[in-house]
Write a protein that binds this ligand. Structure first.
Ligand code: MN
Length: 428
Protein backbone atom coordinates (compact mmCIF):
# COMPACT_ATOMS: atom_id res chain seq x y z
CA UNK A 1 0.00 0.00 0.00
CA UNK A 2 1.19 3.50 -0.71
CA UNK A 3 1.85 5.78 2.21
CA UNK A 4 0.24 9.13 2.94
CA UNK A 5 1.20 11.83 0.48
CA UNK A 6 1.78 9.46 -2.43
CA UNK A 7 -0.49 10.29 -5.38
CA UNK A 8 -2.65 7.50 -6.70
CA UNK A 9 -3.09 7.00 -10.45
CA UNK A 10 -6.77 6.85 -11.24
CA UNK A 11 -8.83 6.79 -14.36
CA UNK A 12 -11.37 9.53 -14.97
CA UNK A 13 -9.33 12.19 -13.25
CA UNK A 14 -10.25 14.84 -15.78
CA UNK A 15 -8.51 16.36 -18.77
CA UNK A 16 -4.76 16.77 -18.86
CA UNK A 17 -3.39 20.14 -19.95
CA UNK A 18 -5.37 21.42 -22.89
CA UNK A 19 -5.50 24.76 -24.61
CA UNK A 20 -8.61 26.87 -24.76
CA UNK A 21 -9.81 29.61 -27.10
CA UNK A 22 -10.59 31.55 -23.90
CA UNK A 23 -6.85 32.03 -23.38
CA UNK A 24 -7.01 30.77 -19.79
CA UNK A 25 -3.55 29.73 -18.65
CA UNK A 26 -3.10 26.02 -17.97
CA UNK A 27 -1.58 26.80 -14.57
CA UNK A 28 -4.48 29.03 -13.44
CA UNK A 29 -6.08 27.57 -10.26
CA UNK A 30 -9.39 27.79 -12.15
CA UNK A 31 -7.92 26.38 -15.39
CA UNK A 32 -9.82 23.84 -17.48
CA UNK A 33 -8.84 21.06 -15.06
CA UNK A 34 -10.94 22.65 -12.26
CA UNK A 35 -14.23 24.01 -13.73
CA UNK A 36 -16.05 24.78 -10.45
CA UNK A 37 -19.73 25.71 -10.42
CA UNK A 38 -21.38 28.64 -8.66
CA UNK A 39 -24.31 31.06 -8.77
CA UNK A 40 -23.98 34.76 -9.54
CA UNK A 41 -25.89 37.94 -10.25
CA UNK A 42 -24.51 40.22 -12.95
CA UNK A 43 -26.28 43.37 -11.78
CA UNK A 44 -28.25 44.64 -8.81
CA UNK A 45 -31.77 43.17 -8.75
CA UNK A 46 -31.02 40.76 -11.61
CA UNK A 47 -31.93 37.06 -11.34
CA UNK A 48 -29.12 34.73 -10.29
CA UNK A 49 -27.56 32.54 -12.98
CA UNK A 50 -25.43 29.40 -12.74
CA UNK A 51 -21.86 29.79 -13.95
CA UNK A 52 -18.64 27.88 -14.31
CA UNK A 53 -15.34 29.59 -13.49
CA UNK A 54 -12.82 29.71 -16.33
CA UNK A 55 -9.72 31.49 -15.09
CA UNK A 56 -10.72 35.00 -14.04
CA UNK A 57 -13.98 34.80 -16.00
CA UNK A 58 -17.35 33.15 -15.48
CA UNK A 59 -19.23 31.40 -18.26
CA UNK A 60 -22.98 32.02 -17.90
CA UNK A 61 -24.41 28.50 -18.10
CA UNK A 62 -28.02 29.52 -17.56
CA UNK A 63 -27.87 31.45 -20.84
CA UNK A 64 -25.46 29.18 -22.72
CA UNK A 65 -27.41 25.96 -22.18
CA UNK A 66 -30.67 27.50 -23.42
CA UNK A 67 -29.46 27.34 -27.04
CA UNK A 68 -26.47 25.00 -26.93
CA UNK A 69 -27.69 22.25 -24.59
CA UNK A 70 -31.50 22.56 -24.46
CA UNK A 71 -31.99 18.98 -23.23
CA UNK A 72 -30.15 19.92 -20.01
CA UNK A 73 -31.04 23.62 -19.76
CA UNK A 74 -33.49 22.89 -16.92
CA UNK A 75 -30.52 22.01 -14.70
CA UNK A 76 -29.33 25.62 -14.87
CA UNK A 77 -32.57 27.55 -15.13
CA UNK A 78 -33.16 28.30 -11.45
CA UNK A 79 -30.03 30.27 -10.65
CA UNK A 80 -28.51 27.80 -8.21
CA UNK A 81 -26.94 24.34 -8.32
CA UNK A 82 -29.91 22.48 -6.79
CA UNK A 83 -31.13 20.83 -10.02
CA UNK A 84 -27.62 19.95 -11.14
CA UNK A 85 -26.86 18.41 -7.73
CA UNK A 86 -30.00 16.29 -7.94
CA UNK A 87 -29.20 15.07 -11.47
CA UNK A 88 -26.67 12.45 -10.36
CA UNK A 89 -23.20 11.20 -11.18
CA UNK A 90 -23.73 10.29 -14.86
CA UNK A 91 -25.14 13.73 -15.68
CA UNK A 92 -22.42 15.50 -13.67
CA UNK A 93 -19.76 13.75 -15.75
CA UNK A 94 -21.59 14.39 -19.03
CA UNK A 95 -21.96 18.12 -18.29
CA UNK A 96 -18.29 18.43 -17.35
CA UNK A 97 -17.25 16.70 -20.57
CA UNK A 98 -19.53 19.00 -22.56
CA UNK A 99 -18.07 22.13 -20.93
CA UNK A 100 -14.53 20.93 -21.62
CA UNK A 101 -15.47 20.41 -25.28
CA UNK A 102 -17.09 23.85 -25.48
CA UNK A 103 -14.04 25.56 -24.03
CA UNK A 104 -11.45 23.75 -26.15
CA UNK A 105 -13.12 23.64 -29.57
CA UNK A 106 -12.83 26.88 -31.57
CA UNK A 107 -16.20 26.34 -33.22
CA UNK A 108 -17.89 27.47 -29.97
CA UNK A 109 -15.99 30.76 -29.69
CA UNK A 110 -18.60 32.98 -31.34
CA UNK A 111 -21.50 31.60 -29.29
CA UNK A 112 -19.75 31.51 -25.92
CA UNK A 113 -17.28 34.39 -25.88
CA UNK A 114 -20.07 36.96 -25.26
CA UNK A 115 -21.21 34.86 -22.25
CA UNK A 116 -17.81 35.00 -20.52
CA UNK A 117 -18.07 37.68 -17.84
CA UNK A 118 -15.18 39.09 -15.81
CA UNK A 119 -15.48 37.63 -12.29
CA UNK A 120 -14.97 41.13 -10.90
CA UNK A 121 -18.24 42.26 -12.58
CA UNK A 122 -20.56 39.83 -10.79
CA UNK A 123 -21.73 39.13 -7.25
CA UNK A 124 -21.50 35.53 -6.13
CA UNK A 125 -24.51 34.02 -4.36
CA UNK A 126 -25.02 31.02 -2.07
CA UNK A 127 -24.44 28.24 -4.62
CA UNK A 128 -27.07 25.74 -3.43
CA UNK A 129 -29.90 25.40 -0.95
CA UNK A 130 -28.29 23.89 2.15
CA UNK A 131 -30.44 20.99 3.35
CA UNK A 132 -28.80 19.54 6.48
CA UNK A 133 -25.46 20.67 7.80
CA UNK A 134 -23.15 18.46 9.86
CA UNK A 135 -19.68 19.37 11.04
CA UNK A 136 -17.20 16.64 11.93
CA UNK A 137 -14.03 16.64 14.03
CA UNK A 138 -11.81 14.49 11.85
CA UNK A 139 -8.35 16.02 12.32
CA UNK A 140 -6.26 14.21 14.92
CA UNK A 141 -3.87 17.12 15.41
CA UNK A 142 -6.75 19.55 16.04
CA UNK A 143 -8.54 17.19 18.42
CA UNK A 144 -5.25 16.56 20.27
CA UNK A 145 -4.46 20.27 20.59
CA UNK A 146 -7.97 21.05 21.88
CA UNK A 147 -7.64 18.20 24.37
CA UNK A 148 -4.29 19.54 25.61
CA UNK A 149 -5.69 23.08 25.94
CA UNK A 150 -8.82 22.11 27.91
CA UNK A 151 -7.71 18.89 29.64
CA UNK A 152 -3.99 19.36 30.38
CA UNK A 153 -2.39 16.28 31.88
CA UNK A 154 -5.23 14.01 30.80
CA UNK A 155 -5.67 11.90 27.66
CA UNK A 156 -5.84 14.32 24.71
CA UNK A 157 -8.17 12.35 22.46
CA UNK A 158 -11.62 11.27 23.73
CA UNK A 159 -12.03 7.48 24.02
CA UNK A 160 -14.37 7.27 21.02
CA UNK A 161 -12.25 9.42 18.70
CA UNK A 162 -10.26 6.71 16.89
CA UNK A 163 -13.36 4.52 16.53
CA UNK A 164 -15.75 6.89 14.77
CA UNK A 165 -15.83 10.32 13.09
CA UNK A 166 -17.13 12.60 15.85
CA UNK A 167 -19.49 15.38 14.73
CA UNK A 168 -22.45 17.59 15.56
CA UNK A 169 -25.50 18.81 13.67
CA UNK A 170 -25.16 22.47 12.71
CA UNK A 171 -27.67 25.04 11.51
CA UNK A 172 -28.28 24.86 7.74
CA UNK A 173 -30.27 28.12 7.66
CA UNK A 174 -27.30 30.24 8.73
CA UNK A 175 -24.84 28.91 6.14
CA UNK A 176 -23.89 32.03 4.16
CA UNK A 177 -21.81 32.72 1.08
CA UNK A 178 -18.33 34.18 1.26
CA UNK A 179 -18.33 37.95 1.73
CA UNK A 180 -21.40 38.02 3.97
CA UNK A 181 -20.59 40.08 7.11
CA UNK A 182 -20.59 38.07 10.34
CA UNK A 183 -22.12 39.82 13.33
CA UNK A 184 -20.43 39.09 16.64
CA UNK A 185 -22.90 36.88 18.51
CA UNK A 186 -24.26 37.69 21.94
CA UNK A 187 -25.38 35.00 24.37
CA UNK A 188 -24.89 33.64 27.87
CA UNK A 189 -21.35 33.01 29.01
CA UNK A 190 -19.67 32.33 32.33
CA UNK A 191 -16.82 34.64 33.32
CA UNK A 192 -13.61 33.60 35.09
CA UNK A 193 -15.12 34.36 38.51
CA UNK A 194 -18.14 32.23 37.77
CA UNK A 195 -20.51 35.10 37.05
CA UNK A 196 -23.08 34.28 34.37
CA UNK A 197 -23.91 37.21 32.11
CA UNK A 198 -25.44 37.92 28.70
CA UNK A 199 -23.38 39.84 26.18
CA UNK A 200 -21.18 39.82 23.10
CA UNK A 201 -18.74 36.95 22.75
CA UNK A 202 -15.22 37.85 23.80
CA UNK A 203 -13.69 34.74 22.20
CA UNK A 204 -14.84 34.77 18.58
CA UNK A 205 -12.87 32.38 16.37
CA UNK A 206 -12.72 30.92 12.86
CA UNK A 207 -12.25 27.28 11.86
CA UNK A 208 -10.63 26.43 8.50
CA UNK A 209 -12.38 23.41 7.00
CA UNK A 210 -13.33 21.60 3.79
CA UNK A 211 -17.04 20.93 3.10
CA UNK A 212 -18.59 18.14 1.01
CA UNK A 213 -21.80 18.75 -0.94
CA UNK A 214 -24.34 15.95 -1.38
CA UNK A 215 -26.11 15.65 -4.72
CA UNK A 216 -27.90 12.32 -4.95
CA UNK A 217 -30.20 11.57 -2.00
CA UNK A 218 -30.35 8.19 -0.24
CA UNK A 219 -33.31 6.21 1.07
CA UNK A 220 -34.30 6.35 4.73
CA UNK A 221 -33.07 3.25 6.51
CA UNK A 222 -30.34 2.43 3.97
CA UNK A 223 -26.75 3.17 4.97
CA UNK A 224 -24.42 4.54 2.25
CA UNK A 225 -21.34 2.31 2.04
CA UNK A 226 -17.84 3.72 1.50
CA UNK A 227 -17.89 2.53 -2.12
CA UNK A 228 -20.97 4.64 -2.96
CA UNK A 229 -19.43 7.95 -1.87
CA UNK A 230 -18.88 9.35 -5.39
CA UNK A 231 -22.42 8.41 -6.44
CA UNK A 232 -23.83 10.72 -3.75
CA UNK A 233 -21.30 13.50 -3.29
CA UNK A 234 -20.96 16.11 -6.02
CA UNK A 235 -18.01 18.16 -4.85
CA UNK A 236 -16.15 20.30 -2.33
CA UNK A 237 -16.21 23.83 -1.01
CA UNK A 238 -14.34 25.79 1.64
CA UNK A 239 -15.97 26.25 5.03
CA UNK A 240 -15.35 28.70 7.87
CA UNK A 241 -17.13 27.34 10.95
CA UNK A 242 -17.23 30.57 12.99
CA UNK A 243 -17.13 29.67 16.68
CA UNK A 244 -17.72 31.70 19.86
CA UNK A 245 -15.49 29.80 22.29
CA UNK A 246 -16.90 31.39 25.47
CA UNK A 247 -20.52 30.64 24.51
CA UNK A 248 -19.53 27.16 23.34
CA UNK A 249 -17.64 26.32 26.56
CA UNK A 250 -20.58 27.26 28.82
CA UNK A 251 -23.40 25.64 26.82
CA UNK A 252 -21.78 22.44 25.53
CA UNK A 253 -22.01 20.44 28.77
CA UNK A 254 -23.22 17.68 28.46
CA UNK A 255 -24.31 18.00 24.81
CA UNK A 256 -22.56 19.61 21.85
CA UNK A 257 -22.18 23.12 20.48
CA UNK A 258 -25.45 25.00 19.89
CA UNK A 259 -25.51 28.84 19.88
CA UNK A 260 -21.72 29.03 19.98
CA UNK A 261 -21.64 28.01 16.31
CA UNK A 262 -25.16 28.43 14.90
CA UNK A 263 -24.96 32.21 14.26
CA UNK A 264 -23.05 31.83 10.95
CA UNK A 265 -21.09 29.37 8.84
CA UNK A 266 -19.45 30.76 5.70
CA UNK A 267 -18.79 28.75 2.52
CA UNK A 268 -16.91 29.52 -0.68
CA UNK A 269 -19.08 30.43 -3.68
CA UNK A 270 -17.46 27.79 -5.93
CA UNK A 271 -18.16 24.06 -5.64
CA UNK A 272 -15.30 22.03 -7.14
CA UNK A 273 -16.54 18.72 -8.60
CA UNK A 274 -15.06 15.45 -7.32
CA UNK A 275 -14.24 14.80 -11.00
CA UNK A 276 -11.60 17.55 -10.82
CA UNK A 277 -9.73 15.99 -7.89
CA UNK A 278 -8.22 12.79 -9.33
CA UNK A 279 -4.66 14.12 -9.09
CA UNK A 280 -5.19 15.29 -5.50
CA UNK A 281 -6.19 11.91 -4.11
CA UNK A 282 -3.78 10.16 -1.71
CA UNK A 283 -3.83 7.31 0.77
CA UNK A 284 -5.13 8.46 4.15
CA UNK A 285 -3.05 7.78 7.29
CA UNK A 286 -2.90 4.32 8.85
CA UNK A 287 -5.64 3.96 11.49
CA UNK A 288 -5.06 2.38 14.87
CA UNK A 289 -7.18 0.58 15.95
CA UNK A 290 -8.39 -0.87 12.68
CA UNK A 291 -11.83 0.65 11.94
CA UNK A 292 -15.00 -1.46 12.04
CA UNK A 293 -15.90 -2.99 8.64
CA UNK A 294 -18.32 -0.21 7.60
CA UNK A 295 -15.48 2.34 8.07
CA UNK A 296 -12.65 0.15 6.78
CA UNK A 297 -11.26 1.81 3.65
CA UNK A 298 -8.14 -0.33 3.33
CA UNK A 299 -9.36 -1.97 0.12
CA UNK A 300 -11.59 0.80 -1.29
CA UNK A 301 -10.42 3.64 -3.55
CA UNK A 302 -8.45 6.14 -1.44
CA UNK A 303 -10.05 9.46 -0.57
CA UNK A 304 -7.31 11.23 1.28
CA UNK A 305 -6.93 14.64 -0.41
CA UNK A 306 -3.67 16.55 -0.71
CA UNK A 307 -5.21 19.99 -0.21
CA UNK A 308 -3.28 22.84 1.41
CA UNK A 309 -5.33 25.59 3.01
CA UNK A 310 -4.14 29.14 3.69
CA UNK A 311 -5.66 31.40 6.35
CA UNK A 312 -5.23 35.16 6.21
CA UNK A 313 -6.22 37.61 8.93
CA UNK A 314 -6.59 41.15 7.56
CA UNK A 315 -4.54 40.07 4.56
CA UNK A 316 -1.67 38.57 6.55
CA UNK A 317 -0.93 34.85 6.11
CA UNK A 318 -1.21 33.29 9.58
CA UNK A 319 -1.55 29.57 8.86
CA UNK A 320 -1.21 26.85 6.18
CA UNK A 321 -3.23 23.85 7.41
CA UNK A 322 -2.58 20.57 5.51
CA UNK A 323 -5.67 18.49 4.70
CA UNK A 324 -3.54 15.49 3.62
CA UNK A 325 -3.18 14.18 7.17
CA UNK A 326 -6.90 14.05 8.03
CA UNK A 327 -7.59 10.88 10.02
CA UNK A 328 -11.16 10.28 8.79
CA UNK A 329 -11.99 10.79 5.10
CA UNK A 330 -15.20 12.14 3.59
CA UNK A 331 -16.45 8.65 2.54
CA UNK A 332 -15.96 7.47 6.14
CA UNK A 333 -17.86 10.49 7.44
CA UNK A 334 -20.69 9.80 5.01
CA UNK A 335 -20.76 6.08 5.82
CA UNK A 336 -20.88 6.90 9.52
CA UNK A 337 -23.56 9.60 9.19
CA UNK A 338 -25.85 7.13 7.37
CA UNK A 339 -24.87 3.96 9.27
CA UNK A 340 -27.94 4.28 11.51
CA UNK A 341 -30.27 4.60 8.51
CA UNK A 342 -30.39 8.41 8.39
CA UNK A 343 -30.95 9.46 4.79
CA UNK A 344 -29.23 12.06 2.62
CA UNK A 345 -30.95 14.94 0.89
CA UNK A 346 -29.76 16.96 -2.09
CA UNK A 347 -27.91 19.95 -0.67
CA UNK A 348 -26.68 18.27 2.50
CA UNK A 349 -23.37 19.78 3.56
CA UNK A 350 -20.94 17.95 5.79
CA UNK A 351 -17.64 19.51 6.81
CA UNK A 352 -14.33 17.99 7.86
CA UNK A 353 -13.80 19.79 11.13
CA UNK A 354 -10.92 22.17 11.74
CA UNK A 355 -7.80 21.25 9.77
CA UNK A 356 -4.53 21.56 11.69
CA UNK A 357 -1.00 20.30 11.09
CA UNK A 358 1.75 19.44 13.56
CA UNK A 359 3.61 22.75 13.21
CA UNK A 360 2.34 25.84 15.07
CA UNK A 361 1.98 27.72 11.75
CA UNK A 362 -0.36 24.97 10.48
CA UNK A 363 -3.08 25.40 13.09
CA UNK A 364 -6.56 25.99 11.72
CA UNK A 365 -8.16 28.22 14.37
CA UNK A 366 -7.18 30.99 16.80
CA UNK A 367 -7.92 28.77 19.81
CA UNK A 368 -4.90 26.71 18.76
CA UNK A 369 -2.84 29.53 17.19
CA UNK A 370 -3.00 31.59 20.42
CA UNK A 371 -3.24 28.49 22.64
CA UNK A 372 -6.47 29.81 24.13
CA UNK A 373 -5.03 33.28 24.61
CA UNK A 374 -1.87 32.25 26.47
CA UNK A 375 0.30 33.07 23.43
CA UNK A 376 -1.43 35.81 21.41
CA UNK A 377 -0.53 36.26 17.74
CA UNK A 378 1.31 39.44 16.83
CA UNK A 379 0.16 40.90 13.51
CA UNK A 380 2.21 42.98 11.06
CA UNK A 381 0.70 46.22 12.41
CA UNK A 382 1.98 45.38 15.90
CA UNK A 383 -1.43 44.55 17.32
CA UNK A 384 -2.08 41.18 18.97
CA UNK A 385 -4.94 38.70 18.74
CA UNK A 386 -6.10 35.94 21.04
CA UNK A 387 -9.46 35.94 19.27
CA UNK A 388 -11.09 38.03 16.53
CA UNK A 389 -11.64 41.78 16.92
CA UNK A 390 -14.49 43.75 15.33
CA UNK A 391 -13.53 44.69 11.78
CA UNK A 392 -11.20 41.71 11.36
CA UNK A 393 -11.46 39.92 8.03
CA UNK A 394 -10.65 36.21 7.76
CA UNK A 395 -9.91 34.70 4.35
CA UNK A 396 -9.39 30.98 3.70
CA UNK A 397 -8.10 29.74 0.34
CA UNK A 398 -6.92 26.31 -0.78
CA UNK A 399 -5.15 24.51 -3.61
CA UNK A 400 -4.44 20.89 -4.52
CA UNK A 401 -2.10 19.27 -7.06
CA UNK A 402 -3.61 19.29 -10.57
CA UNK A 403 -2.54 17.50 -13.75
CA UNK A 404 1.00 18.07 -15.05
CA UNK A 405 2.21 20.41 -12.35
CA UNK A 406 -0.86 22.63 -12.30
CA UNK A 407 -2.86 23.51 -9.21
CA UNK A 408 -6.56 22.97 -8.53
CA UNK A 409 -8.05 26.03 -6.84
CA UNK A 410 -10.89 25.89 -4.35
CA UNK A 411 -11.36 29.65 -4.40
CA UNK A 412 -11.86 31.63 -1.23
CA UNK A 413 -14.19 31.93 1.74
CA UNK A 414 -14.02 35.36 3.33
CA UNK A 415 -15.87 37.12 6.12
CA UNK A 416 -15.52 40.29 8.18
CA UNK A 417 -16.64 40.66 11.79
CA UNK A 418 -19.28 43.30 12.47
CA UNK A 419 -19.80 44.60 16.02
CA UNK A 420 -22.46 42.92 18.16
CA UNK A 421 -25.90 44.52 17.98
CA UNK A 422 -26.00 47.15 20.71
CA UNK A 423 -29.26 45.99 22.24
CA UNK A 424 -28.72 42.28 21.71
CA UNK A 425 -29.96 41.16 25.12
CA UNK A 426 -33.57 39.97 24.92
CA UNK A 427 -35.93 41.61 27.42
CA UNK A 428 -37.76 39.33 29.83
MN1 MN B 1 -15.88 23.06 13.07
Amino acid sequence: MRGPGVPVELVGSGPSQVTSWTGVAAEHPFGLHTLPYGAFTAAVDSQPHVGVAVGDAILDLTTATRDLLPEHAALFRHGNLDALLAAGRQTWTLIRETLTRWLTDDQHTDALAPLLLPATDVTMQLPFTVADYVDCYSCEQHATNVGQIFRPGQRSLPLNWRHLPVGYHGRAGTVVVSGTPVTRPSCQRRGPEGTVTFGPSTALDFEAEIGFVVGTPSALGRPVPLTDFADHVFGLCLVNDWSARDIQAWESVPLGPLLGKSFATSISPWVVPLDALGTARIRPPVRDPHPLPYLDDAVTEPWGLDITLEVRLNGQLISRPPFAGMYWTAPQQLAHLTSNGACLRTGDLFASGTVSGAAPEQRGCLLELSWNGSAPLTLADGSTRSFLADGDEVSITATAPGPQGTGIGLGEVRGRISPALVDAAPRG
